[in-house]
Ligand binder design. Structure first.
Ligand SMILES: Cc1cc2nc3c(=O)[nH]c(=O)nc-3n(C[C@H](O)[C@H](O)[C@H](O)COP(=O)(O)OP(=O)(O)OC[C@H]3O[C@@H](n4cnc5c(N)ncnc54)[C@H](O)[C@@H]3O)c2cc1C
Length: 499
């Protein structure tokens, strides 16, 4: 006789606290399989790179340490005679349907518990397959709302109220001491060993690390949050750095919001914390947009911009590669890209500038750059990434067009060149202000400072005043087109709160 079990499927919710699916599964008092599936289709997808799977691996390791720790402390789990190491997240490496079939051969699944996922088209299709499988095998799939993102929403009426309701509701902390573990060994021998390595330049995954980062931000690092938010060097310490933990679910948005609520009243820099809290709100606002209009993955939200003329993808290939590798001849662009490659993080303003440089100065289609930034952002979150990318590319028709001049940005936000010189060390031979714009160096200065343009540092790949005139004109003229305006009205009605 096969045992009847429940399965908790972890995805981008890699934590053991404030976890409704886990909590409800445990309450059913059946043996429970805690499952994470490394899906080949996602591993090989062009939005993802090794850094993401390493972060997931670290997060699972952290959850396992907590589970094993419970046994060692004697808090733990029911079921009698269970060895300490048998309470852990079971990891599989296959597509989800094969994993479900595999489990179903060894046990009878009563219910599958998970959070809803606002993901890429691939995960949506996979979920359709899982739903069908569940129906065919008489398994109930219980999906729970993630953060404040609502499925099937038609407009934003009452959305704000529901956001607050969700954030102020008590956290749902699973009673792990009531867990009855069920274990199946899957073949994971083909998973790369390198995922087990840590990269000291990148944030470490896991609930414990996430909590430490949150505490240090609230109690100490947030003091200059607003003043430093646009400065790439200082933002590294003064911004919360919570994005990968929220993107991969090491913390729920509600845990972060409630930590802010506890701290704000008696806090010495309350305004900084309030500015931070508004970003938590934006987080769900953007994911909600993507949830409600996921076609944004392949087309501009404003369909009139399907006719926007970009350069031919072959013709602009060399410029694209220079952007991607941080060799454009614009120090702030290059430093931002090199920093991302090495650390997986950059602040908001630099992200916006990178997109503006690609789309406005190089006139390259946003769809050409969107995957590269997803791969290098450790915090890649489809629901924020796509709407933000389109907004910065200027293809929504409803947002202010911002064309960033990287040299001006450098002078304003990296006044002493700390950031530029950290990531473009070849420019360290230059004094301020020459490192802001090396293309201005005279042949004599190049000789004097021993920096030859085009050899030691690239010549600019584009002239910011002359080369992008046509793109600017096109951007402004699109705003006035009747089809773009009609679409803008539709977007506002769907994605913005009515007055
Ligand atoms: C082109 C582009 C792509 C982006 N892609 C992503 C992405 O894939 N994943 C991601 O988490 N953020 C993305 N962002 C938003 C933002 O840049 C990052 O969330 C932020 O820089 C992360 O740093 P932090 O955690 O220190 O942020 P903080 O300023 O400390 O903010 C706290 C949290 O609020 C949320 N948040 C902050 N700013 C924004 C914003 N502008 N829009 C939506 N949510 C926000 C994030 O969850 C963040 O962790 C993108 C921005 C741009 C311009």
């Amino acid at each position: 006789m096969k045992l009847t079990i429940n399965v908790v499927w972890f995805k981008r919710d890699l934590r053991l606290k404030d976890h409704e699916p886990l909590s409800h599964a445990i309450e059913e008092s059946l043996p429970c399989l805690l499952l994470y599936v490394f899906e080949p289709e996602l591993i090989n997808d062009k939005h993802y790179s090794e850094r993401h799977w390493r972060f997931v691996t670290q997060s699972i390791k952290d959850m396992n340490q907590t589970l094993i720790g419970m046994i060692d402390k004697g808090d733990g789990v029911r079921g009698g005679g269970v060895r300490g190491d048998s309470v852990k997240i079971q990891v599989a490496h296959a597509d989800m349907l094969s994993v479900l079939n595999d489990i179903q051969q060894k046990a009878t699944i009563k219910s599958l518990f998970s959070h809803e996922e606002t993901g890429l088209a691939k995960t949506f299709l996979r979920d359709q397959g899982v739903a069908l499988w569940c129906r065919e095998h008489k398994v109930t799939w219980k999906e729970y709302q993630k953060d404040a993102v609502i499925r099937g929403l038609r407009n934003r009426e009452q959305w704000e109220e529901r956001w607050h309701e969700k954030m102020n509701h008590d956290c749902v902390n699973p009673k792990l001491n009531k867990l009855i573990p069920f274990r199946i060994e899957f073949d994971t021998s083909a998973l790369p060993r390198s995922w087990l390595d840590t990269n000291a330049n990148m944030q470490l995954g896991g609930e414990k690390e996430a909590t430490k980062i949150l505490d240090s931000f609230i109690s100490d690092r947030s003091q200059h949050y607003q003043r430093h938010i646009s400065k790439p060097f200082k933002a590294q310490a003064s911004c919360s750095r919570l994005s990968p933990y929220l993107a991969w679910g090491n913390l729920s948005l509600r845990q972060v919001y409630q930590r802010y609520q506890q701290a704000k009243n008696h806090h010495p820099w309350r305004r900084a914390l309030t500015a931070f809290a508004s970003r938590l709100h934006w987080h769900c606002h953007f994911v909600q947009k993507f949830e409600s209009e996921s076609q944004m993955q392949t087309r501009p939200i404003n369909r009139a911009y399907l006719n926007f003329a970009y350069r031919d993808s072959l013709e602009c290939r060399a410029d694209y590669l220079a952007w991607q590798s941080g060799h454009t001849g614009y120090p702030l662009v290059d430093a931002a890209m090199r920093c991302l490659e090495q650390t997986g993080y950059i602040n908001f303003r630099m992200r916006a500038m990178l997109v503006s440089f690609l789309c406005h100065h190089l006139n390259i289609d946003w769809r050409m750059g969107v995957h590269h930034l997803a791969r290098v952002f450790l915090d890649f979150e489809p629901g924020i990434h796509y709407p933000q990318f389109q907004m910065q590319a200027g293809v929504t028709g409803i947002n202010t067009i911002r064309i960033y001049n990287p040299t001006k940005q450098a002078k304003e936000n990296d006044e002493d060149g700390d950031f530029i010189l950290q990531w473009c060390p070849e420019l360290r031979v230059l004094p301020k202000p020459l490192f802001f714009d090396p293309s201005e160096l005279t042949p004599m200065e190049q000789q004097y400072y021993e920096l030859k343009l085009g050899v030691d540092y690239p010549l600019p790949i584009v002239n910011l005043t002359t080369d992008n005139k046509a793109t600017r004109t096109q951007l402004w003229s699109f705003r006035k087109r009747s089809d773009a305006r009609l679409e803008s009205q539709r977007i506002l009605a769907r994605h913005v709160r009515p007055d």
